[in-house]
Write a protein that binds this ligand. Structure first.
Ligand code: DAT
Ligand code: MG
Length: 136
């Protein structure tokens, strides 16, 4: 049974030049790309995407960061794609993320942890609709 997840290479990842590295790891794992686009997010989209964090003290910084440059948005498909990509990404805090994961290999700061991946079937459906309404 296949499912879809929304993956972002966030502006720090684009700036660092690791888009190809992330795409390569997704493909090596056997997951399939369904959509892929470089774009700069409007503030409203960023606020909607991170809506669950709107009351957190870091929300303003998070929205500034994610809108601060182009990112790469992807829809990725495969068996248990949501969990599979979260495993490739590693823990939210890159210092705690296991080496071998994207965050474990390429990042040091929680606010600049290179990638996003949906965390549940509900959030995947919501996020894919927000970024790629034409896939709905
Ligand atoms: P994840 O991206 O692993 O799903 P999350 O949904 O808890 O993590 O948080 C979303 C993003 O917000 C995360 O990738 C980086 C940022 N963030 C989380 N906790 C933070 C904190 N304590 N300080 C600064 N930024 C934080
Ligand atoms: Mg999250």
């Amino acid at each position: 049974m296949s499912e879809r997840t929304l993956v972002l290479v966030k502006p720090d990842g684009v700036r660092r030049g690791v888009v190809g590295e992330v795409v390569s790891r997704i493909e090596r794992k056997g997951l399939k790309l369904v959509a892929l686009e470089l774009r700069t997010l409007p503030r409203e989209t960023a606020e909607a995407h991170y809506g669950e964090h709107s009351s957190k003290p870091f929300f303003g910084e998070l929205v500034d960061f994610i809108t601060g440059g182009p990112l790469v948005a992807m829809v990725v498909e495969g068996p248990r794609a949501i969990e599979a990509f979260r495993a490739l990404a590693g823990a939210t805090d890159p210092v705690k993320a296991t080496p071998g994961t994207v965050r474990g290999d390429f990042a040091l700061e929680i606010g600049e942890n290179i990638v996003h991946g949906s965390d549940s079937t509900d959030s995947a459906a919501r996020e894919i609709k927000l970024f790629f309404p034409e896939l709905g």
